[in-house]
Design a binder for this molecule. Structure first.
Ligand SMILES: C[S@@+](CC[C@H](N)C(=O)[O-])C[C@H]1O[C@@H](n2cnc3c(N)ncnc32)[C@H](O)[C@@H]1O
Length: 280
């Protein structure tokens, strides 16, 4: 067997993934995972030779990727808000669009003590991003799924963000008593028969994290209905939703009596987050 270098392994992988839009980054992430090194290392040491067991392991990862498995599940990690988060098949892979929810929360409340909850936390992405920015906030993270909460609390430990408390249960029923300044959620919002559920990474993610009845609006409606009983006067509810749900979500907020209701667009210019306050 002839020696295979990092440079050659990367070339082979990009050839295997030919036509995938993320071919280069996928190849780099899988090879860095195989070698237990950073992506920078791959370009600093292109002539490093792989051992036979490293080659075999790398090839097994390429095969899984070719069969469609998301890279984040293969390597067990995804970065969100520059935090490396453990992910597995029990949690949604955090999306860059969701950082908009974090940015908005940070702009609505300063660094002084506030009570904040992330409902349906999955990997803990939103709650842990907020915790990394706001040491004085009292942050609660909830999920219906015990498996998801296990991942989220492991992430909190790994990142030493121990001022986040985890509670299991359905939406606002899981919240401890007392009122909150901010409630945030990125709930399931894809319609159950949406064709996208059969495509790409979504095929591998938990259905309970992705889709909701009533054209995807059922969980958004529940949160909008329940949140005022858990918010202080002037407190905010921030919800991520589908690009085509902005008007419907604003209507739900307004029908429930929220004020200052508005929708923000993501970096693709698509409606992504709607926010409203409980009147003072
Ligand atoms: C779209 S994922 C969002 C995960 C994470 N917040 C993120 O943005 O990456 C929705 C999450 O809501 C949780 N969930 C679904 N139904 C729920 C319910 N009735 N009550 C609480 N959480 C629920 C799912 O388990 C999942 O973790």
């Amino acid at each position: 067997m002839h020696a295979v270098t990092i440079k050659q392994a990367l070339r082979q992988a990009q050839h295997t993934f030919y036509g995938h839009e993320s071919a280069q980054i996928d190849a780099e992430l899988l090879l860095a995972h195989t070698l237990g090194c950073s992506r920078t290392h791959l370009y600093t040491w292109p002539d490093q030779v792989l051992s036979p067991s490293q080659i075999a392991f790398f090839e097994s990862l390429l095969e899984r990727r070719v069969l469609g498995e998301p890279v984040a599940y293969i390597i067990g990690e995804r970065e969100f808000w520059s935090l490396p988060l453990k992910v597995n098949r029990h949690v949604l892979i955090p999306r860059p669009e969701t950082e908009l929810l974090v940015e908005l929360a940070l702009s609505l409340a300063d660094a002084s003590p506030h009570r904040v909850a992330d409902l349906g936390t999955g990997s803990g992405a939103i709650a842990l991003a907020l915790a990394s920015e706001r040491a004085q906030w009292d942050i609660v993270a909830t999920d219906l799924s015990a498996d998801a909460l296990a991942v989220a609390s492991e992430n909190a430990q790994r990142l030493h963000l121990t001022h986040v408390r985890f509670h299991q249960g359905a939406w606002c029923d899981a919240l401890p008593t007392g009122s909150f300044d901010l409630l945030l959620s990125n709930p399931p919002y894809i319609a159950p028969h949406d064709v996208h559920l059969q495509q790409g990474d979504l095929r591998f993610e938990p259905a309970s994290a992705l889709s909701a009845p009533d054209s995807g609006l059922a969980d958004l409606r529940t949160l909008i209905e329940q949140a005022p009983a858990h918010l202080k006067p002037g407190g905010w509810l921030l919800l991520e939703h589908g690009y085509d749900q902005g008007q419907a979500v604003r209507d739900l907020f307004l029908d429930r009596g929220y004020v200052d209701v508005r929708t923000l667009q993501d970096f693709n210019g698509l409606d992504r987050v709607t926010v409203g306050a409980v009147s003072v």
